[in-house]
Design a protein around this ligand. Structure first.
Ligand code: SR1
Ligand code: MG
Length: 416
């Protein structure tokens, strides 16, 4: 950046002159900024995203806005989130090499990150709505969730490093507050920014009348705010994944915070389940096969996650938790300890899964899987199935013994 470093939002016309002298851009886009083509493509809820193209190639420039883009400047949001996103991307790249875009440049003052342009990748949510398959998707996602969960925790990290990182991320208060409200709280009362499809009123009344359900959701929130097990992606939905036909990458960790190890995979599965429940409005004759594929992705992701977690348990358990000195060094098997950790993790995951299924139909930020169904009379019954399954997951989270029970549950609700 030039002499005046005060934050200013970029636009397509000012970007070349403002970033034209950055060597990272000259090298990757081209030395003459007059030759750059800039398009703003951000379709998320928070930020500006530019594709910058030139004779040497393309990069992404992502810049935070000082407010929530979805709502406008009536909802201010600190720019410091870009700083935490940068830290999160760096840690994720270290914990699961190649899973996230490469960072070329970070400017804290301007809240901007210049990063790899993923091509020909598209947002996974669009692929799911279009009925497209991604080979190897479950392997990538299962490994990413497992490696980031394990390697960001005291199962692997030195206690002092972990504490320092938790302290660093504790500076990020505004972003977790969004999740605390929009995900865990707003769906269960008449919050100002809520919106829902007409026709769902009886279902919503049922959820809000269900005291036991609200207690369980609050218990999950209590774990989310107070359990700093690992560094989460924090917003791992199908809009935070970009894919080709045979490769997937994880983007947008601006909601990164320390939290329970089951959070990311629970949110991820909710988004696959919402893709599943919305499919009858998007598909024709291949509906059943495609829905089966989605459930297969969920089952395989869970299997890959567990396999990788058990593998890391055996090979990388270098932190203070469940040390070899208490088990293997005494000739004892630590598998029961790993089983216990995974049991708690899956309990958290299934509860979060149900809660995410609720918030995307009831709170502020919905998803295109359902929102793309134009006719509310068609949308409401599909969302009702999704809401009912969400409630079942929240109520039964600690009793679910396998992912197959969850996919069977989905098939049951889909037939209703
Ligand atoms: C005001 S932000 C709304 C939602 O968008 C993000 O992607 C998160 O999911 C957040 O809850
Ligand atoms: Mg995002």
């Amino acid at each position: 950046m030039t002499a005046d470093t005060a934050y200013k939002a970029l636009d397509a016309s000012s970007l070349p002159s403002r970033l034209g002298t950055l060597p990272e851009l000259s090298e990757r886009v081209g030395p003459d900024p007059d030759e750059w083509e800039v398009v703003e493509v951000g379709d998320g809820n928070l930020n500006l995203v530019f594709i910058v193209s030139g004779p040497a190639g393309r990069v992404i420039v992502k810049q935070a806005l000082p407010y929530v883009r979805l709502v406008g400047d009536s909802w201010p949001l600190p720019l410091y989130r870009a700083y935490f996103e940068h830290h999160a991307l760096t840690r994720q790249a270290g914990r699961d090499a190649g899973a996230v875009p490469e960072i070329f440049h970070f400017d804290r003052e301007q809240a901007l990150i210049v990063m790899e342009f993923l091509s020909p990748h598209v947002i996974l949510r669009h692929k799911l709505i279009a009925g497209e398959r991604v080979t190897g998707l479950a392997q990538t996602l299962g490994r990413f969730c497992s490696r980031t969960a394990f390697r960001g925790s005291e199962l692997s990290m030195a206690s002092s490093d972990k504490k320092a990182d938790v302290a660093l991320f504790a500076g990020n208060v505004a972003i977790p507050a969004i999740t605390e409200a929009l995900v865990f709280t707003d769906p269960y009362f008449d919050a100002e920014m809520n919106n829902h499809t007409p026709g769902l009123e009886p279902v919503i009344a049922g959820l809000r009348d269900d005291v036991a359900l609200k207690v369980r959701v609050q218990q999950a929130l209590q774990r989310f705010v107070s359990n700093t097990e690992t560094m989460l992606h924090g917003d791992l939905h199908s809009g935070s994944i970009m894919a080709t036909g045979d490769e997937a990458r994880i983007i947008d960790p601006e909601f990164a915070q320390y939290g329970p190890m089951g959070f990311d995979i629970g949110m991820l599965f909710a988004n696959f389940l919402m893709a599943y429940f919305s499919q009858p409005a998007h598909r024709g004759e291949d509906l059943e096969e495609y829905q089966d594929w989605i459930l297969d992705v969920i089952e395989t992701t869970a299997a890959v996650f567990e396999e990788e977690f058990r593998n890391l348990w055996k090979t990388e358990r270098t932190g203070i938790l469940y040390p070899a000195s208490l088990f293997e060094d005494q000739g004892q098997d630590s598998t029961p300890a790993c089983d216990a950790v995974l049991t708690g993790l899956w309990r958290d995951a299934w509860a979060v899964c149900g809660i995410e299924m609720h918030r995307r139909c009831l709170s502020l930020a919905h998803n295109a899987d359902f929102e793309g169904i134009e006719d509310p009379a068609r949308r409401a019954p599909l969302e009702a199935r999704n809401l009912a399954m969400g409630a079942r997951l929240i109520h039964t989270a600690e009793d679910i013994g396998s992912v197959a029970e969850v996919t069977a549950m989905a098939r049951g609700f889909n037939g209703k």
